[in-house]
Design a protein around this ligand. Structure first.
Ligand code: COA
Length: 410
């Protein structure tokens, strides 16, 4: 792989809610075998946002962390894109709140992208194009994925919820990951696998169909990116995927290997199945620990996996190639190849959210359900007190007065 144009990810940071539900508690409450959630889906916890934590607050916290921890001057940011499918207004973009709350320059172009879980990849590739075209004039782009995944109480999607934001700074001298524009492949098809009508706070999903659509999109985007390659995986140190739930990454990796082998795999063929398991254990499984601990964060889930990889192996994998696959229901997808930059390992402490995650509070199921119900009313609440939700020391949504959302540090 040649890297003629050196554009890519220069900084990365995660921010998420202060509380979580342990999926063994949820399984007990729903009368389900916990192994279905932990082994069948591969999930252990899901981050739960209180009414005071929304797409804006998480986006701001992740953006502030990325800029601060990587020593970036906010005035260097010339484009801000927030990818989200859980915006806070039908018209006003989350990005413009974020622009204000991060104190970015007035000359910074700002907008929101929506395409289910694909919005952040759309933002990443658009900002790479912005840089490659010369229009950036040396400036950087800040791309933030921020979402709250909500399927509703007692639904099949409930154990695949989560919440969080990943901020990435995109530049022509990236310190973490270089992406080769010529290896970016795309795929689009109109399908009804997952959507959220204007009247609903909760996503609607044809879950099993969405898995098929995801796998079809992976095939299509990979073909567009690299063609009929039968030897690609051998040259990759890691394969990162959109992770609505961890088991999906296994299904995706299986589809990639099937493309390379030219036939479907099943467990009955012990030796090829073993090849799949070994490849998955080496190239995918180690980088799914944050996804299992946080849940589905929609647009950010692929990049959460990238954070996990860099915090564990950024130093050891310097100079090595990886693949990234982003899927957004509806559907749109991108497959691309990247190379870990020499020195990426030096940024481990800056991008590792481990300490913050360790401070989270475990919710009982009754408290979780009452937070979900309170969340249904939050957009119309005049006054919300973060203290009532055990929150302090961050940026919070404090209610909508005179039809205007308010954000305060508390
Ligand atoms: C993913 C989703 C469809 C699963 O819903 P479900 O019908 O309740 O779950 P399933 O019956 O398919 O079980 C899920 C997995 O757990 C396994 N499982 C079930 N019970 C189990 C148990 N007791 N122990 C271990 N594994 C178990 C199933 O075999 C299945 O694994 P497989 O897919 O490898 O066959 C659902 O959570 C959903 O709709 N999620 C939202 C949409 C989404 O995430 N789509 C992904 C693409 S974007």
């Amino acid at each position: 792989m040649t890297h003629s144009i050196s554009v890519g990810i220069d900084a990365l940071a995660f921010a998420g809610p202060a509380a979580y539900v342990d999926l063994s508690d949820l399984a007990k409450a729903r009368g389900v075998d916990p192994a279905k959630f932990t082994k069948g889906l591969g999930q252990h916890r899901m981050a739960i946002a209180s009414p005071c934590e929304d797409t804006v607050t998480m986006a701001v916290e992740s953006g502030a962390q990325a800029v601060r921890a990587f020593g970036i001057d906010p005035d260097e940011i010339g484009t801000l894109i927030v990818g989200t499918e859980t915006g806070v207004d039908h018209s006003k973009p989350v990005a413009v709140y974020v622009h204000d709350l991060l104190g970015l320059n007035e000359r910074c172009r700002t907008f929101e992208t929506k395409h289910a879980c694909y919005g952040a990849m759309a933002g990443l590739t658009a900002s790479m194009d912005w840089i490659a075209s010369g229009r950036a004039r040396g400036r950087k782009a800040l791309v933030i994925a921020s979402d709250i995944a909500s399927y509703g109480l007692g639904t099949p999607g409930e154990p695949t919820q989560g919440a969080g934001a990943v901020a990435m700074v995109v530049s022509e001298k990236p310190r973490l990951l270089r992406i080769q524009p010529r290896t970016i492949g795309d795929y689009t098809r109109q399908v009804m696998d997952f959507w959220r009508p204007l009247y609903s706070k909760y996503a609607l999903a044809d879950g099993h169909y969405s898995i098929q659509c995801y796998l079809d999109a992976l095939r299509g985007a990979r073909l567009d990116a690299v063609g009929e390659r039968h030897d690609l995986l051998a040259g990759l140190s890691a394969c990162l995927y959109h992770v609505p739930f961890v088991k999906m990454a296994f299904k995706a990796h299986q589809r990639e290997l099937e493309m390379e082998l030219g036939h479907a795999l099943n467990k009955a063929e012990a030796s090829t199945w073993q090849q799949l398991v070994e490849s998955y254990e080496r190239r995918c499984a180690p980088w799914l620990t944050l996804n299992a601990d946080i849940g589905n964060i929609y647009t950010g889930s692929l990049f959460l996996s990238l954070i996990d990889l860099l915090r564990q192996a950024g130093a050891d994998m310097a100079g090595e190639d990886i693949s990234l696959f982003s899927y957004g229901s509806g559907c749109g997808a991108t497959y691309c190849l990247g190379r870990i930059v020499e020195g990426a390992g030096d940024w481990r402490a800056a991008l590792d959210p481990g300490e913050e995650l360790a401070k989270r509070r475990r919710l009982g199921i009754a408290e979780y359900e009452s937070l979900v119900r309170a969340g249904e009313q939050a957009d119309r609440c005049e006054t919300l007190d973060p203290f009532d939700y055990g929150l302090a020391g961050g940026l919070y949504y404090t209610g909508t007065r005179n039809d205007r959302r308010h954000y305060e540090r508390g």
